[in-house]
Structure formats: C-alpha cells, structure tokens
Design a protein around this ligand. Sequence first.
Ligand SMILES: NC(=O)C1=CN([C@@H]2O[C@H](COP(=O)(O)OP(=O)(O)OC[C@H]3O[C@@H](n4cnc5c(N)ncnc54)[C@H](OP(=O)(O)O)[C@@H]3O)[C@@H](O)[C@H]2O)C=CC1
Ligand SMILES: CC(=O)N[C@@H](CCC(=O)OP(=O)(O)O)C(=O)O
Length: 306
Amino acid sequence: MTARVFIDGQSGTTGLGIQARLEAIPQITLAELPPAERKNPAAKAEILRSVDLAILCLPNAAAEESVALIASLGDAAPRVLDASTAHRVAPGWVYGFPELAAGQEDEIRTAPRVANPGCYATGAVALLRPLVDARLIPPDFPITINAVSGYSGGGKTMIVDFESGHGPNFELYALDLEHKHIPEIVAYGGLTRRPIFVPSVGNFAQGMLVSIPLFLDDLPEKPQAAALHAALAAHYAETAYIRVLRPDNETRIEPESLNDSNDLELRVFASPDQRQAVLVAKLDNLGKGASGAAVQNLRLMLGLVD
Ligand SMILES: NC(=O)C1=CN([C@@H]2O[C@H](COP(=O)(O)OP(=O)(O)OC[C@H]3O[C@@H](n4cnc5c(N)ncnc54)[C@H](OP(=O)(O)O)[C@@H]3O)[C@@H](O)[C@H]2O)C=CC1
Ligand SMILES: CC(=O)N[C@@H](CCC(=O)OP(=O)(O)O)C(=O)O
C-alpha cells in the first residue's frame, strides 16, 4: 500500500523534521508545492484534493485557515494531522498521544482529524495521566510543572536569535502563567485543577526535561516513590517508545541524550527520608515532542507497520 502525503509548512522546523522522516518510508509519496505557491490557497486546495493525508506544520492561525480550506473540499478532503496548538482540545479532534490510555491508539488509527501533542505537554501528560488514573494523584491536586527546552522549540525565529548570539544562556518564560500547553495538560493529564507551569529555554538546540515535584505525604495514599514508579512502569510496559527507568543513585539529569529519536524516558527521583519525589520526563522536543510523534501518528493513521 502507498499513500500520498502533503506537508503544509514543509520549510519550517517541524515540517523539515517530518519531511526527513517520511522520505525514509518507502510506502509514502510526498506531494509538494513549488516554493512560490506554498501560501497560495488555490494551489493548496488542488494538492490537498490529491492526497490521503495532510500534515499541518504551521503557526496556529495558518493551521486554522488550512483546516477551513480542507473542510471546504467535502468528499475530496484528506485526513489531517495538525502539529500546531490550534486543535488539541477542540471537539472532533483526537489527541495524538497513542500511549495515553487504552483505546487511544485505535482512535488515532481511524480518526479523520488528529492533533499532535505539544512538546512540554507530552512530558507532563505522560507523567501525570497514569498516576491520576491509578488514583495516586487526585485530579484536583495542586501540581507544579517545571521544564526546560532547547531553543529549536521556538521555531525558526528563536533558532535565528540563538544562533546569531542574541539568545540568553537561560531564561524562564510564560510567567503570566498562561502557556499555550496548559489546556491540553489539564484535559489529557486527567486534571480538574489548573497546574502552575514554568517553562524555560536554554542555549542548546534541542532536547527537553519536564519535572513535577511532589510532597508524598500530601497525596491521599501517602505512597512510597516506588509505587509511583510501579504505576508508570505498568502503564507503559507494552509501549515501543516510552521507558520508565530507575534513577538508582543518580542525582542529576541532562536533556539531550534522546535527541533525534522518538523516545521518551520517565524517572521518579526521590528522597525516602524527606518523603519527597520529583517526576522527570526526558524527550527530544523535535522528536517525541513534534516530528517523531507526528510520524508515529501518521503510521497509525495510514496503517503502516513500524
Ligand atoms: N518547534 C517545535 O519544537 C514544535 C513546533 N510545533 C508546532 O508546529 C508548528 C510549526 O512550528 P515550527 O515548525 O516550530 O515553526 P517555524 O516557524 O519553524 O515554521 C513554520 C513554517 O510555516 C510556514 N508558513 C506560515 N504560514 C504559512 C501558510 N499560510 N502556508 C504555508 N506555510 C506557512 C512558515 O513560512 P514563513 O517562514 O515563510 O512564514 C514556516 O516555514 C507550530 O504550530 C508549532 O507550535 C509543535 C511541536 C514542537
Ligand atoms: C522554547 C519554546 O519557545 N517552546 C515553545 C513550545 C514548543 C512548541 O512549538 O509548542 P507546540 O508543540 O505547541 O507547537 C513555546 O513555549 O511556545
């Protein structure tokens, strides 16, 4: 079986990452627009009619325009995988995190519209959802999420800033506490209370850590850290890309070792004496946080075996 795929926004950071990954899949033919036509709606409509799947790697407003254009094609409309933030909690869209819960992978296989998760949200939801489902973390528990990303997370503009020497070595941002990933973290993390999310960006290109500190005695079950590890390990036991690892005696972690992979590592660091734990997710913001996840979803949507 072969499938025709169009990447709308092919020349951006996420688009180029997806293109490189799709070129390595023999069952996929990429449909391309000439560079001068890539923002021309009429040219887009014509190419969209000819493909099985469109991947949107666009800023939110442009993604919304493309979805409206696709909807206007009626029966000729292709299925859509949107990498932007525009539709992640929108009705009619399936969240593209196959490991979320039982049945999610099957929903992605058949959905006409799939929203690829946000990079930070991937780490946060991966840590939170199994623990909320296992009733170890109540949905209304006060949660703080800290994270650091490489500068490629900010797309072309941030890449140019940092690579021309104009970026800071490190900074916290989104300190209005309104980061765009919070709604999907609430919705798919199984939370009813809005977490405090403090992202940061460092002067390195790619890689990400997402961490969630917990006072174990404030949780209703007063669990040992081992119980948190066990719940995560049980949830992800059968998955291909998510590993739950024991930190053993490590007391530090760096963000870049999963770069260029679709892998996600989860660890529960803890002090049994202090009854405190820190859940940590490591991923490549451009891998499982963007292009890698998009290709994982595309394979499911097109029925391609890994
Ligand atoms: N970078 C990351 O780590 C992640 C990014 N994403 C999401 O993916 C999307 C793209 O982000 P990213 O790749 O980083 O951004 P970039 O800025 O690197 O790329 C966006 C691309 O879209 C193009 N574009 C803008 N408007 C249109 C249009 N109307 N038609 C066709 N092309 C258009 C831009 O072209 P031009 O520059 O000429 O305007 C640019 O090439 C965003 O929604 C982002 O939130 C998701 C997960 C992670
Ligand atoms: C470092 C940096 O700026 N990161 C981006 C998030 C990465 C991203 O593109 O988020 P989506 O997955 O939702 O598209 C930000 O915080 O806005």
